[in-house]
Design a protein around this ligand. Structure first.
Ligand code: CMP
Length: 140
């Protein structure tokens, strides 16, 4: 059993596909074990994407991630990290395989509907970031 963090980003919420995305995860055998709708402050968006802070798209990415509600969730299952990444498809929807979430719904490399942790270490950091008991960005 493995746990990973996924986020339905502001574009996914605006497009009214929260249920569709969660349904794809559930049909693949993943279990939603935590879920909420929240809005990120700029500081929390910057903290979440800290590893990208030197990238030219960092400012635009954090602006996008604070542009509306998001739906972070913890998913559990065998090989959960890889399963979620396979269901999402490539970061750039232009490169995403047929039938993936990003291929079907994403408008751009930035507005790409969904996030998924990329490794066990990031999954641990990211799940605690949104659902840890005493972390600044987890809210109440
Ligand atoms: P995500 O999987 O959440 O991880 C980092 C995010 O940065 C990525 O999805 C995209 O939303 C965004 N991103 C990655 N590469 C680029 C890029 N070249 N231009 C703009 N945004 C990007």
């Amino acid at each position: 059993m493995e746990r990973t963090l996924s986020i339905i980003k502001p574009d996914g919420v605006k497009k009214n596909i929260v249920g569709e995305v969660i349904s794809r995860f559930e049909k693949a055998g993943l279990k939603v074990v935590a879920l909420k709708m929240t809005e990120l402050s700029t500081a929390c968006a910057e903290g979440f994407y800290e590893v990208h802070k030197e990238r030219p798209f960092f400012g635009s990415l954090t602006e996008f991630m604070t542009s509306g509600p998001i739906v972070p969730m913890i998913l559990e299952g065998d090989d959960a990290i890889k399963k979620v990444r396979d269901l999402m498809g490539a970061t750039n929807p232009a490169d995403a395989a047929e039938g993936t979430i990003r291929k079907d719904f994403a408008d751009s490399i930035e507005a790409n509907i969904v996030h998924g942790s990329d490794a066990p270490e990031t999954a641990a950091f990211e799940t605690a970031y949104f659902f840890g008991k005493e972390t600044e960005c987890a809210g109440s």
